[in-house]
Design a protein. Sequence first.
Length: 278
Amino acid sequence: MIKMRNIVKRYYIGQPNELEILHGMDIDIHEGEFVAIVGASGSGKSTLMNIIGALDKPTEGVYYLDDTDISKLNDKQLSDIRNKKIGFVFQTFNLISRQNALKNVELPMLYGGMSRKDRSKRAMELLKLVEMEDRYTHQPNELSGGQKQRVAIARAMANDPAIILADEPTGALDSKTGHLVMDIFHKLHKQEGKTIVLITHSPELASETERIITISDGMIISDSANPDAGKDIDLSDIDDFETDENGMQILPVGDDPMKNMQVLMKGGIRVTGEEDHR
């Protein structure tokens, strides 16, 4: 489904200066996977999300979504890909404030040219899927944060996309509500067969997914299945990691994705292992 090879992203900040954010990433995400891409602030995860979501193109490398080379598309073609194949869920919900829940869910279908009758029927089905059918007439200011995010998830499903791309979807919610929202993603994954890519800085959130890709400084340092999905990880031995000459902990790139990720999130970590962690 997603195949990325040697993805490099540079931003030019005035000749001859340039800032390279992503350094030759290789990623494969298969149909039906539930994947977390995890990194601290400044790791490059937002830049990577923009490329996966066809909001931006790589400076170098190729990105195939199904059989389409995204890196070669023009702006109109990218817009078509976003509307037809990718459903977006954002931390801040991005609902239209003057439209009720039903109309917000209908919006992508309106752009897609679906008839009023069909899009209203589809929107109600999706609101029922996220258990919001009884609030379909409510505007965003009449909904709680968790309810807004459920409406946003229903909207992301409007055109039956191949991929749900969720950027910090529980970041604006309390812990209990966040878990309820994650339950919706699990439902979409298991019952609807959706491929879900979760972008997050939270090890706890990532622990609920089947596969964890950890990035740091624009490189992939760990990409492993998560056999401990939903379990608490014992980090009692973190203090036993070797330290370098500057007193920084050294994290070997190993086979435990949750420990790699959670140790990295503690900060002050220098990653060692193979010379190239791409």
